[in-house]
Structures are given as C-alpha cells and as structure tokens.
Design a protein around this ligand. Structure first.
Ligand SMILES: [Zn+2]
Length: 287
C-alpha cells in the first residue's frame, strides 16, 4: 500500500478510536463488493439488464412510476429481478467488520443509506439505527396511492423472464383497492412515493443522535450525481472519513479521503484498529 494511503488509513482509525459512535453513510458503492450492480452510467446499467439495452430503456425510464402504470410487467420485471437478487446476495465482509468496530463504541452505529437492498439489516445492524433515504425494495405500497399503507414484501416471490425483463408471476396487490402494488422506493419523477417510513427512521435518527457527543462519519461509495448521502454526512458537524473509488476529495482539515473500494478500505481500517488493540482480530472464516 502507498505510504500516503497508509497514513490516511491510520488517521481514519485514530478518528474512530477517539469517537463514541459511528455514523455510516452509504451509497451504491457499498454494494459493489457484494457483487451488486451500481447502475453508474448508461453502459453499466445496460450491461446488468441486456433486455432493457435492446429496448433502449435507461435506468431513469424504468425506475419511474409512469412505467409501472404503462407497462407494469416490464417495471416489475426489473424490480422483481432486483428483489430476488438482493434477497439471495450475501452482504460482503465489510458489513461484519463495521459491526465489530461499532460494537466497541458506547454510542454504537447509525446508518444512513440510499441503498434499497436491506443489506445493513441483513448484516445485523439494529433496525432502529438505520435510515433508508430512498426507501426499501423489501416493502410495498399501492401504485394508485389509494392509501398510505406500507407493508413488507415477504410474501411476494417474483418470477421473472430475464431475457425479456418481464414479470411472469401475478402482481402483488393492494389489499384496499385490489390494484397493483409497487416497491416503496423513491423513483425518478415520483410524486406518489409513500415516505412516512423513511421520515420515521429519520426522526428516530435525530432523536438518538442527541445521545452521543463524539460521532465520526464514515461515508462509503456515495456518488455526486444524487448527493443526498454526501450532504447528509457533511451536515453532521463531525469528522468525516470519505471512501470513494473515483471521487474521495474532502474540503475540511481533519477529514480523511480514501480513494479506495469500500471493502478494501474498511478491511484496512479494521486491521489498523486491531493493531491498536481497539478491536479483536476476527476469527478465521469457517470452511
Ligand atoms: Zn390501493
């Protein structure tokens, strides 16, 4: 590892060492190391969804409530595939390493993520510590907006013809009006997203935030194109560790920039904290 990078890793570890809690802010880059696509740029998106490439349908076209209204089989083909993918994918080791670090902090962990995959919950982060600012693919709402209910998608097992990106099993439905249900995810040009679940998570975050005094923000793989996650972390009046493969620059003295992948950086910081006797060395993986 480059000497400068090593210094930055040590600085990051020292920030965490003197903190009482960790505010983890995560974007699509956090999922990449689990093998999930991050939809960055048209090419990346179409590589993940060849059927949509063939039809010249981009991410902003498919992730749109109008598409659910006009062609629900296609829209659910996309989201059904993602739901299945996120369900079967195991979150990478970095999640577990972050859990081990935050277990040593009196104030524990806070999570603010734009990812809808539910992987922080799957990794065992306490449910009451997570804010999903774009909603969750594991939850549904009425497409027509007949009411404000949000319910878990557990019973919906989508079957998808991946070659044509079409849902082949029945649609999930709203129990009030019998119409089609959609994912409780904030889409593009979306005025119908039912947001109370996220607002509740956010209010709870600010309430719990009051109970800690020395948090450090660790931002992982959050892009600039939709800066919600970046801005949230910057507003925290706390030191910031920014981990980003392509754009890690920080503006304030004392903040740390790590131009690395999420898992690589977390593993390096974790190793440094082991050397500082802050956390125990993770036991070897069982075969
Ligand atoms: Zn309804």
């Amino acid at each position: 590892m480059h000497e400068l990078t090593e210094n930055h890793i040590r600085q990051a570890a020292e920030l965490i060492h003197s903190a009482d809690s960790l505010i983890i802010t995560a974007g699509a880059g956090m999922g990449v190391d689990s093998g999930l696509p991050d939809f960055r740029g048209q090419e990346g998106f179409w590589k993940a969804y060849p059927a949509l490439a063939k039809a010249q349908i981009g991410f902003t076209d498919i992730a749109c409530p109008d598409t659910f209204a006009d062609n629900p089989k296609l829209a659910w083909g996309f989201y059904g595939h993602r739901l299945n993918l996120y369900r079967k994918t195991e979150p990478h080791k970095g999640f577990k390493l972050l859990r081990a670090i935050t277990n040593q902090l009196d104030g524990g962990a806070f999570v603010f993520t734009s990812n809808v995959d539910g992987h922080f919950q799957k990794s065992g982060f306490p449910l009451n510590s997570i804010v999903e600012c774009h909603g969750s693919i594991h939850h549904l709402q009425c497409l027509q907006g007949c009411n404000q209910e949000i319910w878990e998608a557990t019973k919906f097992i989508p079957e998808v013809d991946e070659e044509h990106c079409l849902l082949t099993s029945p649609f999930p439905t709203c129990r009030h009006c019998g119409g089609i249900a959609r994912p409780n995810i904030l889409m593009f040009g979306d005025w119908q997203w039912v947001s109370w679940r996220t607002e509740f998570q956010r209010a709870r975050f600010y309430e719990l935030r009051e109970t800690v005094s020395r948090p450090v923000v660790i931002e992982i793989g959050a892009g600039q194109s939709i800066p919600t996650v970046r801005e949230f972390g910057e507003r925290q009046k706390a030191p910031l560790i920014r981990i980003n493969l392509s754009d890690a620059a920080v503006n304030r003295p004392g903040d740390v920039a790590l131009q690395m992948g999420g898992l690589e950086a977390i593993a390096a910081i974790s190793k440094c904290l082991v050397d500082m006797d802050f956390i125990e060395k993770a036991p070897a993986q069982k075969p």
